[in-house]
Write a protein that binds this ligand. Structure first.
Ligand SMILES: Nc1ncnc2c1ncn2[C@@H]1O[C@H](COP(=O)(O)OP(=O)(O)OP(=O)(O)O)[C@@H](O)[C@H]1O
Ligand SMILES: [Mg+2]
Length: 242
């Protein structure tokens, strides 16, 4: 039997008003189908609407048309809190605050009232999941490299124990070595911890390395859904036609 998607978008549109009061159609016709425990990529040119799609999935914005289902329930039926516990978001720009790695990782657990006696073990578990040494917990965020910051950023999202993780251009600001580390981490979170992952990328090679399925987004529309390999076979690896 075919597996029901954990995330589904049908004909989703998002109209926004710009600073001059003009209506802008940011998303026009988005279709998306993400299976449980897969890695799914969103790829497309700058301004095509990729970050907006992730924001809709976390209820940071509301779609103006179409349907979004999470585990078969329409997104409006979810309590926002439950939805954000289920779906963690690693933003395009790091949202770490000044302080230690441990303080950042424990941000969500402390809001939920974690017991003081449990703090250290939770922080250790999260730092291990992203492949950093325990000694990092006491380091100041400002002293970390870009790749280390991104791993802490991911560890912080993991601390809320999400089943689904949204990553917006997780390697955009990183050098090749750190990019490789983050790619390995994404694969590991999927394979070892069975997380469902939706990530945004500009890079078809990266998408091919990581994802089971992709959606290609152009000017607010889904123009392709399938595997990266099939897309490359049909169109080549050059994305400039988009
Ligand atoms: N509040 C807003 N007011 C006006 N336009 C907006 C607003 N939010 C988004 N847009 C426009 O919607 C389009 C899609 O934006 P979005 O950030 O989703 O694109 P993206 O695919 O993530 O781009 P990038 O690859 O550069 O991150 C862009 O043209 C953007 O300027
Ligand atoms: Mg974006």
């Amino acid at each position: 039997m075919a597996q029901d998607p954990i995330i589904m978008m049908n004909h989703v549109g998002l109209i926004k008003t710009d600073h001059r009061g003009r209506m802008i159609s940011v998303l026009k016709d988005i279709k998306l189908s993400v299976l449980s425990t897969e890695i799914h990529a969103l790829i497309g040119p700058s301004g095509s609407g990729k970050s907006s799609i992730l924001r809709l999935l976390n209820r940071l914005e509301e779609a103006t048309s179409g349907d979004i289902y999470i585990e078969g329930k329409t997104i409006g039926q979810w309590q926002v809190r439950d939805l954000r516990n289920k779906i963690g978001f690693v933003f395009q720009e790091s949202s770490l605050f000044p302080g230690t790695v441990m303080d950042n990782i424990l941000y969500a657990p402390r809001i939920r009232g974690i017991k003081k006696s449990k703090e250290k073990s939770v922080a250790k578990e999260m730092i291990a999941m992203v492949g950093l040494e325990e000694s990092f917990l006491d380091k100041e965020i400002t002293r970390l490299s870009g790749g280390e910051k991104q791993r802490v950023n991911i560890a912080r999202t993991l601390a809320a124990k999400p089943e689904i993780i949204l990553l917006d251009e997780p390697t955009a600001a990183l050098d090749p070595a750190s990019t490789q580390t983050i790619e390995q981490l994404i694969l590991n979170l999927n394979q070892e911890y069975k997380k469902t992952i939706v990530f945004v990328s500009h890079n078809m090679q990266q998408v091919k390395r990581l994802s089971h399925h992709i959606a290609v987004i152009k000017q607010g529309e889904t123009i392709y859904q399938g595997t990266a390999e099939d897309f490359i076979e049909q169109h080549g690896e050059d994305m400039s036609f988009l």
